[in-house]
Write a protein that binds this ligand. Structure first.
Ligand SMILES: NC(=O)c1ccc[n+]([C@@H]2O[C@H](COP(=O)([O-])OP(=O)(O)OC[C@H]3O[C@@H](n4cnc5c(N)ncnc54)[C@H](O)[C@@H]3O)[C@@H](O)[C@H]2O)c1
Length: 247
């Protein structure tokens, strides 16, 4: 029988890579994203590896949508084995320029989104007697910003918030649910990031493994956290950065 995963921000980039890797391991995948054409492409790729896909066009910052989406997944497939809180966005702005709305939006997309989907999914996992959760933080949670010339303080705050929430929830939701955080360094996605692209040669000099990461690199870790048996890992954060020391 297939297992069931929800992947937020699964339409493209790291989320797409993780959704496809999970599908290859026998998960049916519910995608949540704002980008409908990209989500349609990813769900086609999931179908091509023989697994089922559901698509939900929604803003992860919306609490009521999260509840409705998780209810929809449970109605369709009966359970949720793995939740990947991946959707996120960095919107760099220095303290002296950022508005209250921009700060709130950064926290809502990157941190409250995790609350929204854990809030809706944890009762399902507790009821079914097991489940795992992983949330995409960032190396920025430690460094305060690696690649950007413009301040990412609000993003760094949100991503560091994920680490605290993960540790507290590991205690609260264990032993039934295991929950961990992932902190990627610079990951090259299809679209990439103009600033990162311009600085790629310089960045690579500061990465022990001599290259930027790929969505597949992150997906390997995600699959491990979703499937490793037996499991004795919870409340942790995992840097996946090729050991990057340029900050
Ligand atoms: N790429 C990197 O170098 C890097 C490094 C560290 C952490 N991360 C984190 O990894 C995650 C994925 O990033 P990525 O590089 O693949 O970015 P990406 O922009 O390629 O993909 C992010 C996906 O999330 C979706 N999304 C964004 N805001 C949303 C919202 N409000 N509601 C629903 N969906 C939304 C986007 O539509 C997109 O499909 C993010 O949380 C990001 O902060 C990325």
């Amino acid at each position: 029988m297939s297992k069931v995963a929800i992947v937020t921000g699964g339409a493209r980039g790291i989320g797409r890579g993780c959704a496809l890797a999970l599908a290859r391991k026998g998960f049916d995948i519910a995608l949540v994203d704002l980008l409908e054409p990209e989500m349609e492409r990813t769900s086609g790729e999931i179908a091509a590896v023989g697994q089922k896909a559901l698509r939900f066009a929604a803003d992860v910052a919306d609490h009521a949508h999260a509840r409705a989406i998780v209810d929809g997944v449970v109605k369709e497939w009966g359970r949720v084995d793995f939740l990947l809180n991946n959707a996120g966005k960095s919107m760099p702005k220095p303290m002296v320029e950022i508005t209250e709305e921009e700060f709130d939006r950064t926290i809502a997309i990157n941190l409250k989104s995790c609350f929204n989907y854990i809030h809706a999914t944890a009762p399902v996992m507790l009821r079914q007697g097991g489940g795992r959760i992983a949330s995409m933080s960032s190396l920025n949670a430690y460094t305060g910003g690696v690649t950007s010339a413009v301040s990412k303080f609000a993003y760094a705050a949100a991503k560091a918030g994920i680490l605290g929430m993960t540790r507290a929830l590991a205690k609260e939701l264990g032993p039934t649910i295991a929950i961990n955080a992932i902190c990627p360094g610079v990951i090259k996605t299809e679209l990439g990031n103009a600033l990162t692209r311009a600085r790629e040669p310089e960045l690579i000099k500061g990465i022990a493994l001599g290259r930027l990461g790929s969505p597949d690199d992150v997906a390997q870790l995600v699959v491990f956290l979703a499937t490793a048996e037996p499991n004795f890992i919870t409340g942790q954060d995992f840097k996946i950065d090729g050991f990057q020391w340029v900050i």
